[in-house]
Design a protein around this ligand. Structure first.
Ligand SMILES: [Zn+2]
Length: 63
């Protein structure tokens, strides 16, 4: 029953979460996810806003 108390799983690989590295299963997964989140946050903005460039392009063309 003690194992059932913590149903959390690592969001990176799906393994059982370790109390020491919550919410990840290991330090490696936690560090990897952190870099992934930080790195993806900047890259996603440029690739996820294709329509935004069209709207801004109209105003820039006035120059
Ligand atoms: Zn993991």
């Amino acid at each position: 029953m003690t194992e059932g108390s913590d149903k959390s799983r690592c969001p990176n690989c799906g393994k059982p979460t370790a109390a020491k590295y919550r919410p990840f299963c290991s330090r490696r997964c936690g560090d990897l996810d952190l870099h992934r989140w930080l790195g993806g946050h900047y890259r996603v903005q440029t690739e996820e806003t294709p329509e935004s460039s069209a709207d801004e392009g109209g105003e820039i063309d006035e120059i």
